[in-house]
Write a protein of this length. Structure first.
Length: 206
């Protein structure tokens, strides 16, 4: 049974499970709790999907299984091209071909995913009520949930502000750069994600 009231002394002594990210990701997320929610939004082509594939690959290599629910594009040539071009290859990263909400929950139920990415809310018709259901249903798993949305202006995702306000980390993407407002950072962070390819075989981020 969930504890409902804490006194100040008990609250100060309470320990929370956090994720220690590498410097490049900590600069945008901070070191968040193990069950944080993030929204990544921006215009088409702004860098959201590439960033999240790279992050999913990093997370799967370091923290556990990842389910990337690809709704906007499904599993097609452009997704495969990104996987090849950006050297995505973590064995614990799984790409789902447009699972609906019930199908996705069934997969989560049967597999110990630590991170679930929904790309995107519009194509999946993902709702605030479904986010609440996910968090309640898998509370003991403490999974990370990242949702993707469209939006032309910071603070105005296409799906509305309910999902945005429910997110611990809010990332707005535009022209290959990101503005991040995170509860786990002392102030907003701005980063240019794409830099010119130098001697590396693959395009780079940061």
């Amino acid at each position: 049974m969930k504890r409902q009231i804490y006194n100040i002394k008990t609250l100060k002594e309470k320990k929370f499970h956090t994720l220690s990210f590498s410097e490049q990701y900590a600069a945008l997320f901070g070191n968040p709790q193990r069950n944080f929610v993030a929204m990544c939004y921006g215009e088409s082509g702004s860098g959201k999907s590439v960033f999240l594939l790279k992050f999913a690959d990093y997370f799967a290599r370091n923290f556990g299984k990842v389910l990337y629910n690809s709704h906007e594009e499904g599993v097609n040539q452009t997704v495969v091209d990104r996987i090849n071009n950006f050297d995505i290859g973590a064995p614990k990263l799984f790409i789902a071909n447009a699972l609906n909400f019930d199908e996705m929950c069934n997969k989560i139920e049967k597999n110990y995913y630590r991170l679930v990415i929904i790309d995107s809310t519009k194509y999946m018709n993902f709702t605030f009520a479904q986010l609440k259901e996910l968090r309640t249903r898998f509370a003991k798993r403490q999974i990370v949930i990242i949702i993707v949305d469209f939006g032309k202006q910071k603070g105005s995702p296409q799906s509305g502000v309910d999902l945005l306000h429910a997110s611990d980390v809010k990332m707005f993407f535009k022209n290959g750069a990101v503005n991040s407002i995170s509860r786990y950072l002392p102030e907003p962070a701005n980063k240019t994600l794409f830099v010119p390819k130098r001697e590396s075989k693959y395009p780079t981020l940061f």
